[in-house]
Write a protein that binds this ligand. Sequence first.
Ligand SMILES: [Zn+2]
Length: 303
Amino acid sequence: MEQWFEQVWYCAPQSSAPRQPGLILSAGIHGDETRPVVLLRQLQQQLASGQLQPARPLLLLYGNPRAMARHQRMITENLNRLFTSPSSASADGQRARVLMDACERLGRLGPVAAHFDLHSTIKPSLIERFALCPVSPVSPESPPPCHYHWAAPLSRAGFGAWVQQTRRAATFSQFTRDALNCDSFTLECGSHASKPDRENRLQPLARWLHDLISGAAALPAQPMPVTPPWQRFRVTEEILRRSDDFQFLIDEQEPNFSAHPPGTPLYRDLDGVVKAAGQRHTLFLNSQVAPGQRAGLLLESLQ
Ligand SMILES: [Zn+2]
């Protein structure tokens, strides 16, 4: 295992078989989301001890070591909004630059199959674990042209929903999607506000990632049946806090994916009250953001 940067590790494939596409795993972009970090550290220990032998080039990244050491979400800025060029001059912006450099370095070694950026949500969710898919480089409105069929393995790994983004954002997964042309996902692995996880519900995900690294699990070249319950959503609107008068008219503390019928008054801001244009599900509601920042997402179910 080779350390490329602070808390960024590269593992060369052990096998002499033809080169396999690479894999990027990251966690701790938000320093207080500890369970995915624990999962990544377990995989790293298995790699370091030789118990796990990588069949493909692997990059392991711990997103924000300084925020992780302080058990806080960020230092000064939300790191997952800073994957842009030129980089922000802040400490978080410089860290985003390091992570982007590492991914580009992996990309120069050969094709990359996928990047899974592991997070956990602040609030509970009606669908506990879900995948957010960044927009396609071709067109936000076109179906995402993934190279592989991830729905079935993600559903078997305990994920219940696929959320298709429709606007480009400066997130880590959007960066790798665009820069490396790999399949990228932000994986929300449960709520970090929930009680200690005695059953360790991340074990199916840990096992699958282990097997993807070792080659025991193949890259999903064919679509396979998903494990129910599995739902697909599409982002219809990004809720921006535009003024100090912004106010939610629904319970901001409701769990992610809560449904609201058409016509429900959702929030009030500069242009008055905004109502649900159709049946809408809410995600990441948070009014405590600076004006101009995202206060939540509205989704429509594609079922
Ligand atoms: Zn996060």
